[in-house]
Write a protein that binds this ligand. Structure first.
Ligand SMILES: NC(=O)c1ccc[n+]([C@@H]2O[C@H](COP(=O)([O-])OP(=O)(O)OC[C@H]3O[C@@H](n4cnc5c(N)ncnc54)[C@H](O)[C@@H]3O)[C@@H](O)[C@H]2O)c1
Length: 446
């Protein structure tokens, strides 16, 4: 199929962590939109326009009309979990969406049940694996996942699929030798290497089946040299990691503003309360460390303290997450930002964001699934740096420098879409004032 032609056949969306809050909120939303019961607020693929040519050309098509993305009606859902519930029951127990919104799609949601998950308690000590695969080694487990992918595609007559990790955050794992090359990783699967986590097994199976893989959590999963190598070898796109949804989204908006105006930063204290299962898992210090690293990385990347020592050197940055069951999925986050201006005079910014975690994450899952499927049809493989817009801790191809600034990420995403569709990227220097020629160096007269 030509990548410029809108696909008319189905696209499988297989989610590891199928019964979680993000996954079921995503599924419910897509189903409700398909039935005309909801609007896909927060989704760029469904709601945003893209400018083509000069501003004066007034060409602003919707991205969904400009890029040949899969249609929502063609998405077919499945996946894995370590508890055996149908997705309606799970969506009810997640307490994200109101009962009245779930009732409109109850029939469809109830039909979706998970395959048995790949699980190892060591990586998620707060969870019990009640619905899990058994195998003689990790290679065997990856073969079972590959069989599921094949069966899902054949029973739904699908040619294409995307796999998403929406599972609980795994414990912090530093890179080790088994992650560094495909041959070491494959040997590790045979030998049950302790540093190969369940999410890596799904990622490996996905790539071996030529299926794009997306990681929504902060754990490494496909973000290891071995699996990047496999993605390129197989010609499959991958993206991750850790959806940028609430507090970090705000951070990557405010920090670029401080830097654009050359305002200094003394300290940034971020804390929040969250009471869903994700919050409970992150209450385990080993899992929190994975999230903390992801959240901490953004400020230095944006502020470049080495270049701007007077403004940003030695700023204090603290991130805390507090499990508080009464909040459920409704996270409340506070930021105290100590900044300084002209002649060093101190000022403060205080933010109290009352957000809904899964409501913010669901449209990201949708966009990323559609973009990764498009990338695959367009022949792109390996890490998709242009999707960094969606992640707290964007994966990067070898040699690329990670970009955290939301506005640069947004421009990069749209310019990549323009380039992939044969349009000229927009630099914002067009339509200059009279006498201005971008090509010509400035000359001083008189
Ligand atoms: N909601 C957000 O705003 C947001 C933002 C960034 C990242 N995330 C990440 O997304 C992930 C999902 O978040 P959530 O709120 O849906 O969490 P959740 O706890 O509601 O759901 C996670 C699901 O994964 C399942 N699971 C755990 N280990 C598994 C395994 N090995 N195989 C298959 N299934 C497994 C659990 O049973 C559960 O159903 C988390 O890692 C979270 O940190 C969420």
């Amino acid at each position: 199929m030509s990548p410029s032609v809108k696909p008319s056949d189905g696209l499988g969306v297989l989610i590891a962590g199928l019964n979680g809050a993000v996954s079921t909120t995503f599924l419910a939303g897509v189903m409700a939109v398909r039935r005309g019961l909801a609007t896909p607020v927060g989704s760029i693929t469904q709601m945003q326009t893209i400018r083509l040519g000069n501003r004066s050309d007034e060409k602003f098509p919707f991205i969904r009309d400009f890029v040949p993305l899969a249609d929502l009606k063609d998405l077919v859902f499945g996946g894995w979990d370590i508890r055996n519930e149908n997705c309606f029951e799970s969506a009810q127990s997640a307490r994200v969406l109101h009962e009245k919104d779930l009732m409109g799609i109850k029939d469809e949601l109830s039909e979706i049940r998970p395959y048995k998950g790949v699980f190892e308690t060591k990586f998620s000590q707060r969870l019990s694996g009640l619905w899990t695969k058994q195998g003689k080694n990790k290679r065997d487990l990856s073969d079972r996942v590959r069989e599921d992918i094949g069966n899902f595609k054949s029973s739904n007559r699908l040619k294409r699929a995307v796999i998403v990790w929406c599972g609980s955050t795994e414990i912090h794992l530093p890179l080790s030798s088994v992650h560094m090359s495909l041959s070491a990783f494959e040997k590790g699967l045979e030998n049950n290497h302790p540093d190969i986590s369940p999410s890596m097994i799904y990622a490996y199976a996905s790539l071996m089946e030529n299926v794009p893989y997306l990681n929504g959590a902060p754990n490494l999963s496909s973000d290891i040299p071995a699996l990047m190598e496999l993605a390129v070898l197989k010609g499959v796109p991958i993206a991750g990691k850790d959806f940028k949804t609430g507090q970090t989204l705000l951070k990557t908006v405010i920090a670029p503003m401080l830097k654009a105006r050359m305002l200094g930063l003394k300290g940034w204290f971020s804390t929040n309360i969250l009471g869903n299962r994700d919050g409970e898992v992150l209450d385990d210090p080993a899992c929190f460390k994975t999230k903390e690293e992801s959240k901490l990385s953004v400020l230095n990347g944006i502020l470049q303290p080495d270049l701007y020592a007077d403004l940003y050197k030695d700023h204090y940055h603290k991130v805390a997450i507090n499990y508080y069951p009464p909040s459920g999925d409704n996270k409340e986050s506070w930021d105290n930002i100590d900044i300084f201006g002209w002649m060093g005079y101190p000022m403060q910014i205080k933010i109290d964001f009352l957000c809904r975690d899964s409501v913010l994450a669901a449209p990201l899952v949708l966009d990323l699934v559609l973009f990764l499927d498009f990338a695959r049809r367009r022949g792109l493989s390996g890490v998709q740096d242009w999707l960094s817009f969606y992640f707290k801790s964007p994966m990067q191809s070898p040699g690329m420098v990670v970009e955290h600034d939301l506005f640069i990420q947004h421009m990069k995403l749209k310019n990549t879409l323009r380039a992939l569709m044969g349009e000229v990227p927009i630099t914002h220097v067009e339509e200059p004032g009279e006498g201005f020629d971008v090509e010509k160096p400035a000359t001083v007269t008189g």
